[in-house]
Structure formats: C-alpha cells, structure tokens
Design a protein around this ligand. Structure first.
Ligand code: ZN
Length: 292
C-alpha cells in the first residue's frame, strides 16, 4: 500500500468540496489556482462549475497550471418517463462526454438516476426495476459513443438512501453486474467510481473490490461518515472525523492494483462550506496524509 504520510502526491480535490464558502460561490478558476499553489496535482470539477468558467478557458487553465483530472462530474440520470425525457438525457450525456474529452478526464463519472421526477420531488412512478432497466439501456448506448472517444465511464454506486432520487445502482456488486453485462471483455471502457461514503457499510465490499480488479476501479472518492449524520446529502465529514476505516478500504483497492488519485469529495453545508476555502484545502492535505 502506498505511503501517503509524507506528501500529497495522490490527492485530488473534487471541486464541490470548496464550491461555496460562507454562502459565496468560489469560482472554479480560483479553486484551480488555490489547488495548484498548494501542490495539489489533480481535481474533479463539476459540469456547472466548468460551464460558468467556460469549457475552453477551463481546459487552458488546467494545462497552464499543470493540473490533471481524477474524473469529471458527471453524466447519468438515465431514467425517463416519456421519449422527450429520454432524448434530453441522451443529449445531456453526449455533451458531458464531449466536455470530459475536452478536459482530458480519465473517466466520466455516472450518477445513474432513480425514479424519473423524484429528484424534483414528484416521482412519475414506483417501478424501481423499470428505472434500473432504463439505466442499463442508457449506459449501453452511451458506452458506444464513449468507446469511440476512448473515454471510460465510471458508474458510481450510491448509498441506498439515494435510490429514489439520485441513483438506483446502490452497491458495488450491482454496478459490477452492469459492467459485466455491457463490457464482458473488461476492456477498461466501463468501470466504477468507488466512493467510501456510499459503500463503506457493505458486508460484501472487500469481496466485490476483488471482483472489480484494477480494470474496473476507475476512481476512488473519500470523505467520512459522521455520527449522527444530520443531512442525507450535505453533511459529509472530513476524513478522520467519522467512522469509515478509509485506509482499510484503500488497502483493498490497492491490493487489486489501483494506483490512482484519492479524491476528496465533501458536501458540507453546516461545516466545511462555512470555512475559508484555503483552510479547507489545507485540512484536506493534512487529513490525506494522516487519515487516508
Ligand atoms: Zn463520489
């Protein structure tokens, strides 16, 4: 297992971690500069942040600062009620793919979606199996384009508490079932983004990480699970402040050959988004060395 204690060579910052500090948006160009200034080598930006800063401008700035991506957030949201919804999801995913290519991302992360309409507060139906089928069909279609562009797709299984509104793929086993169905040759075109926040509780985690192997492990996201957790979405903890044994999980993926970045992804309305951005980044560096 790699020694992270002396440097932060393998630290990446998911830019949602510092996107809004004390109620004020921290623009992506400034986040990138603050990361580069601290010797952070990689980031994972969100599409709306890139759109606000401009795709070409962001691409140039990344190159100028010597930053690379650990992933691009995000595509997905495949389930639909009507054909118009399917077409909209299709178009949006193609654009996400284009952007990921322009930015030189190593993978496009997929948050696959749940029941159509649920995220907006009004689920169109209760048929989770149908939503899951549409997810598989949506990924299959996107995968064709992604293969041509040589852009790997990383399915991110989300904690079951998000099954209705954000992702109906909820375990690593389920994500790997989709990978095996659509990419049986393990070509590297389809894999998973493993986020400890979503999978730490899974009794099959170690076994399924072994099943995934290096070919399917495309990204590793870290934060911590706080007790108590006060918000289902935006109360993620800084590494070391909660109950996830992050080094143990990192050991499992590295035993399979994972040698990529450890991407800090913290949504924290009540705590970390109330701090000064530079302080948050400094804390990420410190905890990356001591708790990841
Ligand atoms: Zn994640």
């Amino acid at each position: 297992m790699r020694d992270f204690s002396c440097d932060h060579h393998w630290l990446s910052i998911n830019t949602a971690t510092v996107r809004q500090q004390r109620g004020v948006d921290w623009p992506l160009p400034q986040i990138l500069e603050a990361c580069a200034r601290r010797g952070i080598r990689a980031v994972a930006p969100w599409r709306d942040q890139v759109a606000a800063a401009g795709l070409q401008a962001t691409s140039r700035r990344l190159r100028d600062l010597g930053l690379v991506l650990s992933g691009y957030c995000r595509g997905g949201m495949f389930p639909y009620k009507h054909a118009a919804g399917q077409a909209a999801a299709r178009g949006d995913n193609q654009r996400a793919l284009d952007e990921a290519c322009e930015l030189g991302a190593p993978c496009l992360v997929l948050v696959v979606g749940g029941l159509p309409g649920a995220l907006a507060g009004q689920a169109a139906h209760k048929d989770l199996a149908r939503a899951r089928q549409q997810v598989v069909e949506g990924i299959a279609e996107l995968l064709q384009a992604a293969r041509e562009r040589r852009m790997p797709l990383a399915i991110e299984p989300l904690h079951p508490m998000y099954a209705a509104d954000r992702a109906c793929i909820n375990t690593l086993a389920q994500a790997l079932d989709v990978c095996d169905a659509l990419d049986p040759g393990r070509t590297g075109a389809l894999g998973v983004a493993l986020d400890v926040y979503h999978v730490w509780w899974d009794p099959l985690l170690q076994q399924q990480i072994a099943r995934a192997g290096a070919a399917r492990l495309l990204a590793f996201h870290v934060c911590d699970w706080l007790t108590p957790t006060t918000d289902l979405l935006n109360d993620r903890g800084m590494m070391g402040d909660g109950v996830i044994d992050i080094p143990r999980i990192r050991g499992w993926i590295e035993a399979q050959g994972y040698a990529g970045f450890s991407e800090v992804e913290i949504f924290s309305t009540g705590h970390w988004w109330q701090r000064e951005g530079g302080e948050v980044l400094d804390t990420c560096i410190q905890r990356h060395r001591s708790c990841v």
